[in-house]
Design a protein around this ligand. Structure first.
Ligand SMILES: Nc1ncnc2c1ncn2[C@@H]1O[C@H](COP(=O)(O)OP(=O)(O)OP(=O)(O)O)[C@@H](O)[C@H]1O
Ligand SMILES: [Mg+2]
Length: 337
């Protein structure tokens, strides 16, 4: 996340213009999450509302203030990989992510309060701005974010697998010997991370460091709630043929100090989604996330040199864009089936 006055990590194209063209507006779609297919609205790389003050642009979301206590979060079609935002949008992505987050909020509301206000995002923008908001926005309570990311892992993957090979533990949580890449853990573990500034990488921390940041009581509540959210969601997803290997939640405090689930929840951007049929221990299971983009970036060259994983990213070829868009659609379709 970065403030609007310091945006060195966004591609220049994104700082100055969006792909959105209101003249190609399409009748949409998604007033009821997960029931309607995503609209064919034109891709939105960067929103530009004139009627609300822009608070910040994250890697994917543009946040606008709605009075003092609410916030309009617009999920654009931006995609990031290796913490760098690419210059091309993934058509449909913002709307799919928003619909998936709404699906999970609806299924998890009994566990912890969330940031949704229930108000219609279109009600706080001008008529000429509605197309930038339709289906892809959430109108939320503006919270005081906790400075940690609440990561829960049900399987060993990514940085967790790397750490396990060195120490047989992940973020200070000791694990049994003999686990393989992608092994299911005996029980889900809470492995918090710091919230990095835009362009930096989040850093894994152990539970004591989380306690130092937010206090013992809050850290314990965040841990217990996060594990309960993960277990509930993972069971629902598994019935639909999706393994949620791990996920990251964010929490904030409202004006009364109530712990509240915020941000996106359990999307393929914040979680590892694995189709059950591709799952096996000892391999990197193919996932519903950005693997096409990452694989392509790993071999991309800039001026004859491998790309250094620093902005700007090389331009994505059309087939990488369309394959990635298809993956997000597939994840949505599985969950909504
Ligand atoms: N209800 C809320 N109140 C205040 N801030 C929120 C709320 N919900 C989400 N946020 C913040 O809004 C931003 C969403 O933008 P986005 O997801 O694009 O950001 P990012 O944090 O840069 O990327 P990443 O998801 O990889 O950390 C995040 O900084 C998140 O912490
Ligand atoms: Mg985010």
């Amino acid at each position: 996340m970065f403030r609007i006055d310091s945006s060195p990590f966004l591609p220049r194209s994104l700082q100055s213009r969006g792909v959105f063209d209101p003249h190609h507006a399409h009748p949409a779609s998604s007033e009821s999450p997960m029931t309607a297919p995503p609209s064919n609205a034109p891709p939105l790389l960067s929103s530009s509302l004139h009627s609300l003050p822009l608070l910040a642009r994250g890697k994917v979301r543009d946040n606008y203030a709605v009075g003092d206590d609410r916030m309009l979060m617009i999920a654009t079609d931006r995609i990031s990989a290796f913490d760098v935002v690419l210059g091309e949008p993934i058509p449909g992505k913002g709307e799919l992510l928003t619909q998936m987050a709404m699906f999970w909020f609806a299924h998890l509301g009994h566990i912890v309060p969330n940031h949704l206000t229930g108000d219609d995002p279109q009600s706080v923008v001008q008529p000429d701005e509605r197309e930038q908001v339709r289906g892809r926005a959430m109108l939320v309570k503006r919270l005081k974010p906790l400075p940690i990311e609440a990561v829960v892992r049900g399987y060993l993957a990514g940085s967790g697998w790397k750490e396990y090979q060195q120490s047989q533990s992940v973020c200070g949580v000791a694990l049994p010997a003999g686990l393989k890449n992608a092994s299911r853990l005996p029980q889900p573990i809470f492995t918090p991370a710091t919230k990095a500034e835009m362009g930096d990488h989040d850093e894994n921390i152990d539970f004591d460091q989380a306690v130092a940041l937010i206090g013992a009581d809050l850290a314990a509540r965040v841990r217990d709630i996060s594990i309960q959210l993960y277990e509930t969601a993972a069971a629902i997803a598994l019935k639909k043929g999706v393994i949620i290997a791990d996920t990251k939640f964010e929490f904030g405090l409202d004006t009364d100090g109530t712990l509240t689930l915020m941000d996106e929840v359990l999307t393929p951007d914040s979680s590892r989604y694995w189709p059950v049929e591709g799952y096996a221990e000892g391999i990197n299971p193919p996932s519903y996330d950005k693997q096409f983009v990452r694989d392509w970036l790993e071999q991309a060259t800039v001026d004859g040199q491998p790309w250094g994983k620093r902005p700007p990213a090389p331009a994505m070829p059309p087939d990488v864009i369309s394959k990635t868009a298809a993956k997000y659609r597939e994840a949505f379709q599985r969950l909504s089936a």
